[in-house]
Design a protein around this ligand. Structure first.
Ligand code: ZN
Length: 356
């Protein structure tokens, strides 16, 4: 446990739910943990006891990626954890594959002729996910390769791999439910007799929705508030001038109004208390990174690829390099939009950022 984590409290200590099992965190709120085949090797999903349209059952929050291992783990949950009750609806915090991958499968699996098991999600993320699942340009492919090249990624092997990853999103999210129910900032969703307020967040996904239950003092934070790692905040080719970091930092400030003893249920890592300390830590983390990027750009005009070793002190694999490049652009853009850096294209067509 590092110094920052000492400021947080983990009420369950090191206890994790076993594969295919759940752990109760608050009345009617259960934790599922599923494996992911990435550097980030797991995701947390939530099972909420519910009653909808006169039927008792469960609402699930987030789904895991589409693959046989995840479906098998869900089947074990269905067989052993639902007390014989059905899944009534599927809430998805945002469009990333580990959260929405199996939404279509879950909704189909639990729909009956009388009751459709509905996907609840923000309109922005629903539409972005539908497009990405049908396209060959999301998070990979020609456009992404050109975007990273314009930010200084010159390693031909990396560029070739990104170009070849055109089916990255559709592989992990092969389909989306054809219909959905929209969630918006400020909406209160009634789940199991309690109100859960939707809190929108930006900078990580197009329109991420976290859910806060005042009666239980529980925040399902999704990826907007993680205990150990900082949320990925990236600029992508589809919105090449985005100021994602400013959006993210403004979004986490929306959690400041929640009680200090709120139990935070993050999508990665362990449930924790210490929300306000964590908000402060994340601001400090990005403030320090921005200072380092400024320092590098003071020495010479830098591209996003130039500041990768400034921001990431470890060796990165390809999956991590694409995330890291997006983060690097996000930090440069925060300083550019803030007026501290200006940008221009060099003779090779690479964006370089210099002190104003
Ligand atoms: Zn995410």
């Amino acid at each position: 446990m590092n110094l920052l984590e000492r400021e947080l409290q983990y009420p369950l200590g090191d206890t994790l739910p076993a594969a295919g099992a759940t752990l109760e965190l608050a009345p009617g709120v259960r934790w599922i943990r599923m494996a992911l085949p990435f550097a980030l090797d797991h995701i947390n999903l939530w099972l909420l006891r519910d009653r909808l349209d006169g039927r008792d059952g469960w609402t699930v929050v987030d789904c895991c990626i589409s693959r046989d291992e995840s479906r098998a783990q869900w089947e074990e949950v269905f067989a052993t954890q639902l007390q014989g009750l059905p899944i009534l609806r599927v809430i998805v915090t945002h469009m990333h594959p580990d959260h929405i991958g199996l939404a279509s499968w879950l909704c189909e699996r639990w729909s009956t002729p009388e009751h459709e098991c509905r996907l609840w999600i923000s309109a922005t993320d629903y539409n972005a996910a539908r497009l990405a699942s049908q396209s060959t340009t999301a998070f990979g492919g020609e456009g992404a390769a050109n975007f990273f090249a314009s930010h200084g990624l010159v390693d031909p092997e990396a560029i070739e791999k990104i170009r070849g990853r055109a089916n990255y999103y559709p592989n992990l999210v092969p389909a989306l439910p054809p219909r959905y129910r929209r969630m918006q900032d400020g909406d209160v969703v009634s789940i199991g007799g309690h109100g859960w307020r939707c809190i929108s967040g930006f900078g990580h996904a197009p329109e991420h929705i976290s859910l806060y239950c005042e009666a239980l003092k529980v925040l399902i934070s999704g990826d907007m508030m993680l205990p150990r790692i900082s949320t990925n905040v990236s600029v992508y080719e589809i919105e090449p001038e985005a100021n994602a970091l400013a959006l993210f930092l403004a979004s986490i400030d929306k959690f400041r109004g929640l009680p200090p003893d709120t139990l935070v249920l993050p999508s990665h890592g362990k449930p924790f208390r210490g929300l306000h300390a964590r908000i402060r830590q994340l601001h400090e983390h990005h403030r320090d990174r921005l200072a380092e990027v400024m320092e590098a750009c003071q020495a010479r005009p830098c591209s996003a690829a130039d500041v990768l070793p400034v921001l990431f002190k470890r060796k990165l694999d390809l999956h991590q390099t694409t995330f890291a490049m997006g983060e690097s652009v996000a930090h440069l853009h925060a300083l550019w939009h803030g007026g501290q850096l200006r940008r221009g294209k060099d003779a090779e067509g690479v964006w370089r950022f210099a002190v104003t």
